[in-house]
Design a protein around this ligand. Structure first.
Ligand code: GLA
Length: 411
C-alpha cells in the first residue's frame, strides 16, 4: 500500500494508490521508478487581478492540490493519462503538437514546449495526473502546469530554480494557452511556505515569506465552491487585462509621458493616476481604481499580518472582494451571493472571490469551532438564492501548506 507524507489515511495516499493502478494499466509493467510530485492549489486573499499589471499580491498554498505519478521512458515521448479526463495524451518530445481549445492535454504539451525552448529534453515521461478534490478557482491549471514542469525536469535531470519555473509556467499560460495572466498562481504554488503569507512583487519578481505572528489565531482556510465551473480562457479575463493596459497607456499620455508598447498600471506613477484618473472613460477608470486601491490593500494587509491582526486583514479581504465586484466588475450571480453570505456569516473573517472570480470559488478565513454553523448557513442561504447551483456547492475547511514538492511514497 502506498504511504506518503500526511499519513496513510491522507488524500495523497489514497490518490497515489489510484494513480499507481492507472499507471500500471496504461503503461503496462510495474513502474520501476515511479515518482510523485505534489503541486498545491493556491489562495490569494489580497492582490486580485493586479499580477498582470505587475502589482503587489499575497498568497498561500493549500493542503489540497494535484498529484502526478511519473516515470522516465526511453521512447523520447510524453504519454499522460488523467483520472478525471478521458484518453491518452501522447506526442514526441521534439514535435509538440499545437493546442486544442479545452483539451486537458494542453498543459503537458505547453510545459514540454516551454522547456524545449530553453533546454534539450532527451528523456520522455509516462505519467498519470489526478486532483485531491475538484475545487475550481484555486488555480488548478497552474498547479497542473507546475507539476508537469517539475516532473519533466526531474526525468531529464535538469536543475531549474523556482523563478525560472515561474517564467516557464507563465509561458505555458500566455504562450500556449493564450491566457494573458500574470505570475500570481505559479509563484504561490512553487514558493509558498506552510503557515506563512507570501508577499509577491510581480514587477521585481520577489517573494517574501512572512511567518505568522504569535498572536495570530488559528483559522481554517475556507473554500466554498459555487458549483459553477468554466475555463478562464472562456471568460472576460483577457478583455479586463487589455482594459488595464489601455488605462495605463491613456494615463501616461494624459501626463505627456511616453507610453510603452505594452503599458501596465504599475508603470503609471501614483501622482499621474491621481491627477488624471477622472479624465478616463468610466470603465477604464474603474480598472485603474481597482489596481491602485488593491495594491494599497496589499501593503496594509501585509502590515496587519506582520502584527498578527487578522481582523484588520479580514476587513481588507472583504474590501478587496467588493472592489473586484464594483471596480473590476467580475463575479457571477452565484459568486456574488456567496460573497454576500460569507461577509455576513458569523465565524467568517474576510471573504472574497477566489482567483479571477468569474466562476469557481469564494474564500475566507474561518473559526474552526464554527464549521457546522458555517456549513448550515451556507446550505440554507445559497440554496434559497441558487437552488440549482446549490446542489453542486462544496464547502472545504483547509489548512495552509508548503509549495510544490516531490513526495516520497513507499509502494
Ligand atoms: C487567475 C490568474 C492569475 C490572477 C488571478 C486574479 O487566477 O491565473 O494570474 O490574475 O486570476 O488575481
Amino acid at each position: 500500500m502506498a504511504q506518503c507524507e500526511g499519513g496513510a489515511g491522507s488524500w495523497q495516499a489514497a490518490l497515489a494508490r489510484r494513480l499507481t493502478a492507472v499507471f500500471r494499466e496504461a503503461f503496462g509493467s510495474e513502474p520501476r521508478e515511479l515518482q510523485f510530485v505534489l503541486a498545491p492549489y493556491r489562495l490569494c486573499p489580497l492582490g486580485a487581478h493586479v499580477d498582470h499589471q505587475l502589482g503587489l499580491a499575497t498568497g498561500m498554498a493549500l493542503d489540497r492540490g494535484v498529484l502526478l505519478a511519473f516515470a522516465p521512458n526511453e521512447a523520447k515521448r510524453v504519454r499522460v493519462r488523467s483520472l478525471d479526463f478521458p484518453g491518452l495524451v501522447e506526442f514526441p518530445l521534439d514535435a509538440v503538437p499545437a493546442g486544442t481549445a479545452g483539451d486537458w492535454g494542453n498543459y503537458v504539451r505547453g510545459a514540454t514546449m516551454a522547456l524545449t525552448e530553453h533546454y534539450e529534453l532527451l528523456t520522455g515521461m509516462d505519467a498519470v495526473i489526478g486532483g485531491s478534490v475538484p475545487i475550481g478557482g484555486l488555480s488548478s491549471s497552474a498547479a497542473v502546469g507546475c507539476a508537469y514542469l517539475l516532473a519533466l525536469e526531474k526525468v531529464n535531470a535538469l536543475d531549474v530554480d523556482a523563478f525560472a519555473n515561474i517564467s516557464l509556467d507563465q509561458r505555458i499560460e500566455n504562450g500556449y494557452l493564450g491566457l494573458q495572466n500574470g505570475i500570481l498562481d505559479q509563484s504561490m504554488i512553487l514558493l509558498a511556505k506552510r503557515s506563512h503569507l507570501a508577499f509577491l512583487d510581480c514587477q521585481a519578481r520577489t517573494v517574501e515569506s512572512i511567518p505568522p505572528a504569535a498572536s495570530l489565531p488559528n483559522v481554517d482556510l475556507l473554500i466554498v465552491h459555487s458549483g459553477v465551473t468554466q475555463a478562464l480562457t472562456g471568460t472576460d479575463y483577457n478583455q479586463r487585462v487589455a482594459q488595464c493596459g489601455e488605462a495605463a497607456k491613456r494615463l501616461l499620455q494624459l501626463a505627456g509621458e511616453p507610453a510603452p508598447q505594452r503599458a501596465r498600471l504599475r508603470g503609471v506613477p501614483r501622482e499621474v493616476y491621481l491627477r488624471h484618473r477622472d479624465k478616463l472613460p468610466l470603465e477604464l477608470r474603474k480598472r485603474a481604481v481597482h489596481f491602485f486601491s488593491e495594491c494599497e490593500r496589499v501593503t496594509a494587509g501585509v502590515a496587519a499580518w506582520r502584527r498578527g491582526d487578522l481582523e484588520a486583514f479580514g476587513h481588507l479581504v472583504r474590501d478587496s472582494g467588493r472592489s473586484s465586484l464594483e471596480n473590476y466588475e467580475c463575479g457571477s450571480p452565484e459568486l456574488t451571493s456567496l460573497y454576500t453570505i460569507l461577509c455576513q456569516c458569523e465565524g467568517v473573517l474576510g471573504a472574497r472571490f477566489s482567483g479571477a472570480g468569474f466562476r469557481g470559488s469564494c474564500i475566507g478565513f474561518s473559526d474552526p469551532s464554527r464549521r457546522e454553523q458555517i456549513r448550515e448557513t451556507l446550505a440554507a442561504q445559497y440554496r434559497a438564492a441558487h437552488p440549482n447551483a446549490a446542489t453542486r456547492m462544496e464547502v472545504h475547511f483547509c489548512a495552509s501548506a508548503g509549495g510544490a514538492r516531490f513526495v516520497h511514497l513507499v509502494g
